[in-house]
Design a binder for this molecule. Structure first.
Ligand SMILES: Nc1ncnc2c1ncn2[C@@H]1O[C@H](COP(=O)(O)OP(=O)(O)OP(=O)(O)O)[C@@H](O)[C@H]1O
Ligand SMILES: [Mg+2]
Length: 446
């Protein structure tokens, strides 16, 4: 989700622009004056700035100059009725990409901003991919890859740590394929007792074994025309690995107790959170089967390696659980989001989902406040150590920034530890309540 910072002293205009860009899927930050705008850009990742030229007694160009010096590369659009040649020259130097004059046409403005801020914005992904949330380059590339491979029939192997979305991706591939109206059958190879895996997968003929009172279809047959998702593929017993290989090679299956082969038309998607290559090297997984299932490979990287996805995912889960529980929690407070962004999520997206679900259940206000997720994170806060950069002649530091970071970190922790009780937090930090409030405001910590 792209973010836009709107700097304008006119309330009605701010409101119109806010609605306009929220509807276009932007996260919108509003500032009334330059000092507010600075606070925002110092604390949030902003993709584009939309600023009025005249803001009360101030000039929008002063803010744009500040951005240019501190955050080079952030593009801006200037709202102005007229620009003198001097202003025009200077603004171009400062990275102003375009002008729009008042009164402007909403559609034109949106088009302009979108074309600047991200070439990808207009890229419409099919609905089947809407459930895959994230704004990292990784997620974009993943979606492109899913689209590329969905229509074919080649076997797909999805690898990734637990909770990274392997099943979600497998379903998306199925839903985008020509098989979408046929079954998607997930099979957890680790969950079926080894004695019955074969009959579960391949079915059996009446009388094949004690208790086989009638013919029974196996999961492969049930999936006919559709997709079989073999989860935890490394857990498949070695004798069944041979049989699966045959299914993939010949597209035929044989029910237990039968001598007739039948054709099956299935696509196989496998998944594992283990190191499959190692399993092959160490002889636990057949290499011929490995090559068959690994025709197309999708590797899902851990959430901690794509931090940009944390915010959109958190917001998505917030809405989901808030709706589900009939609550009206609209926002995630700053300290909570900061905590989430710095957490290492061993359980990946599933863990994030659990944290938000639990937080929503506990939250009583209309914002997700630190107290509601404190239980989960208290240990984490205690363990968290600041890494201070070493000062060397060839390694200058930004003292102000470092001090600010430390300050923000301690204030956030104090608020977390006291369940957001500001007087107690101030005591804990050894500062006055007034100063604490000032700093909370300054860093927008709540
Ligand atoms: N990018 C994403 N967008 C939205 N939801 C996601 C995303 N990635 C994962 N999830 C959600 O996280 C949870 C875990 O995902 P999933 O079950 O697909 O993971 P997995 O890799 O199969 O995990 P495991 O290895 O533990 O089986 C699911 O509820 C899934 O919907
Ligand atoms: Mg899974």
């Amino acid at each position: 989700m792209p973010s836009i910072l709107i700097l304008d002293d006119e309330k009605s205009l701010r409101e119109i622009l806010e609605i306009l860009f929220i509807n276009e899927g932007f996260s919108v930050f509003l500032a009334r004056n330059i000092s507010e705008a600075k606070k925002i850009i110092d604390n949030y990742k902003i993709d584009i700035i939309l600023s009025d030229l005249v803001i009360g007694k101030e000039s929008g160009l002063d803010f744009i100059r500040y951005t240019y010096e501190n955050y080079p590369g952030v593009p801006s659009v200037l709202i102005t009725a007229y620009a003198s040649p001097d202003t025009a020259m200077e603004s171009i130097k400062l990275g102003v990409v375009d002008y729009i004059s008042k009164p402007f046409d909403n559609d034109e403005l949106v088009k302009m901003v979108k074309s600047i801020v991200c070439k990808e914005c207009d890229k419409k992904y099919p609905d089947e991919l809407k459930k895959i949330i994230g704004k990292s380059r990784f997620i974009d590339e993943l979606k492109d890859k899913i689209i590329d491979i969905a229509t074919g029939d080649s076997s797909v192997l999805i690898t990734g740590e637990s909770g990274t979305g392997k099943e979600l991706v497998a379903r998306a591939i199925h839903e985008l394929s020509g098989r979408k109206n046929k079954p998607f059958i997930p099979i957890n190879c680790g969950a079926i007792p080894s004695e019955i895996v074969e009959s579960e997968l391949f079915g059996y003929k009446k009388g094949a074994f004690t208790g086989a009172y009638a013919d029974k279809k196996g999961l492969f047959e049930m999936a006919s025309g559709g997709t079989v998702f073999l989860d935890e593929i490394t857990e498949l017993p070695i004798n069944l690995q041979v049989k699966l290989l045959r299914v993939l090679q010949e597209r035929k299956i044989m029910r237990v107790g039968s001598t007739d082969e039948q054709d099956v038309d299935i696509r196989v998607i496998s998944a594992t959170n283990r190191d499959l290559e190692k399993e092959v090297d160490e002889g636990r997984f057949r290499s011929d089967l490995y090559y068959r299932i690994n025709v197309v490979r999708i590797e899902l990287i851990p959430l901690r390696e794509r931090i940009e996805d944390i915010e959109p995912l958190a917001k998505y889960f917030l809405k989901k659980f808030s709706d589900q529980m009939g609550k009206n929690i609209k926002e995630i407070s700053y300290p909570v989001m900061e905590l989430l962004k710095s957490y290492d999520f061993k359980g990946n997206v599933r863990e994030l989902q659990n944290i938000i679900e639990r937080g929503v259940a506990l939250e009583k206000s209309d914002r997700l406040l630190p107290a509601s997720i404190l239980g989960y994170f208290s240990k984490k806060i205690a363990d968290d150590e600041d890494v201070l950069p070493e000062l060397k002649l060839d390694n200058p530091i930004q003292l102000e920034k470092i001090l600010e970071t430390i300050e923000k970190k301690y204030i956030t922790s104090a608020l977390n530890l006291t369940g957001n009780n500001q007087s107690r937090a101030a005591k804990l930090l050894g500062i006055s309540l007034r100063i604490l409030r000032y700093k909370i405001e300054k860093y927008r910590l709540l």
